[in-house]
Design a protein around this ligand. Sequence first.
Ligand code: V47
Ligand code: SF4
Length: 361
Amino acid sequence: MAITTTSPAAARLLETAVNGGRLSTDDALTLMEEASLDDLSAAAVSVKRRISGDDVYYNRNFHIEPTNICRYNCRFCSYRRSPSEPGGWTMSLGQIEEQVKRYADSTEVHLVGGVHPAATLEDYLEIVRTVRRLMPEASIKAFSAIEHIYVFDKAGVSFDEGLRRFMDAGMNTLTGGGAEIFAPDVRNKICPDKPSGERWLALHEAAHLLGIKTNATMLYGHIESHADRIDHIRALRDLQDCTGGFNAFIPLKYRCAGNSMSHLGECPMNEDLSTLAISRLFLDNIPHIKAYWPMYGAQATQTALLYGTDDIDGTVADTTRIYSMAGVEPPALTLENLRAMIKKAGFTPVERDTFYNAIDR
Ligand code: V47
Ligand code: SF4
C-alpha cells in the first residue's frame, strides 16, 4: 500500500537529496518504506530540474532484433525460443539492410536480441558494419553486455580487445540490457545460466575505460526485495564514481504475460513510481533516468515524468517485440505523440541524439 504521510526521518532525507547531498543505501530503504508518493515526486522533480531543467528528451530511433533464438533461459523472458521451437526468427543481413532502409531518417539504431548459440564475434561485427555502411551518421547502440560477453568468451578475446573491434566496426554505444538484478541469490533464480552481475559490471567498466558511454537497466517487480533494488543501483553508482561512463539508468518493470514467472503478476504502479523517484534521488552521478515508454505504456509514462525521469526513449516504431510478447500493447507512437505526452506532463520536449545533445530541426 502507498504511504500517505512521510515520516520525519524520510522528510529529512528528501531535503538532503534535494540540496545535493548523497543518500546511503539505508537512507534509500527508509525512503522506500516511509516517504509518500507526493513527497517523492516533489523531491525527484526538483533534482531532475537541477539536471535537465524543464526538458524531457526523446529521440528518433528504431530497433533491430536479429534473432530471438537464445542459448540462455531467463525465466522472465517471453521472447526467447530455443533453436528447435516454433516462433523463432533469425534475420539475414539482407533483411537487416531492408529494415535499416525503412527507418533511414533515424538518428539511432538499437541492436539487441537473443544470444544465438551459433553466434560469433565476426557475425556481430558484420551486422554492425552493415548498419554503419547504410547509416554513416547515425549512432549505433549495439547489443547488451550479455551478447558481448558470449561472443568475446567464444572468440577468446578480452573485453577490451572485443570492444575495440566493435568500435572499429562502427559501434558508438552499448544498450543497458542484461543487468536484471545483480543480487546473486535472486539472479540465480530468475536467470540462472546468465553471466553474473560482476561480469556485467566489468564489461561496462571496460567500455567506459575506452571512452564508450553506456546505459544501465534494472529488472524490478518480481521476486527481488527493496534491498536488492537499492543494492543494484548502489553498484551502478559505485562504478559511475570510478568511470563516469553511464548516460542513463532505465528501470524496467517486469511484465508477466507469456513467461514462466507469470504466476507472480505485476507490481502495482506505486512501486514503479517510488522506484523511479528513489533512483533519481540516489543516483546523484548518473545524469538521466529513462521511463521507457514501450515497456510502461503511454499513460504510465506520462505519470512517470512526475517522478524524476527526463527521457522517454524514442519513436521505436513497431521494431521491438520484447515487450509486446510480454503482454504490453505493441509500440506505435509518432514523434508528435511523444511530444504531446511530454507537454501534457508539463515539460518541454527536446529531441536528442544518443549522447543527449539537443537536435534543432
Ligand atoms: O535485459 C526481458 C528486459 C531487457 C522482460 O539501453 C523484460 O536504452 C520486463 O535492455 N518484462 C532488454 N522486462 C531491453 C533493454 C533496453 C530497453 C530499452 C532501452 C535500453 C537502452 C535497453 O528487457 C532485458 C530484460 O531486463 N526484459 N523480458 C519482461 N518480461
Ligand atoms: Fe535470452 Fe535475453 Fe531472453 Fe535472457 S532475456 S532468455 S538472454 S533473450
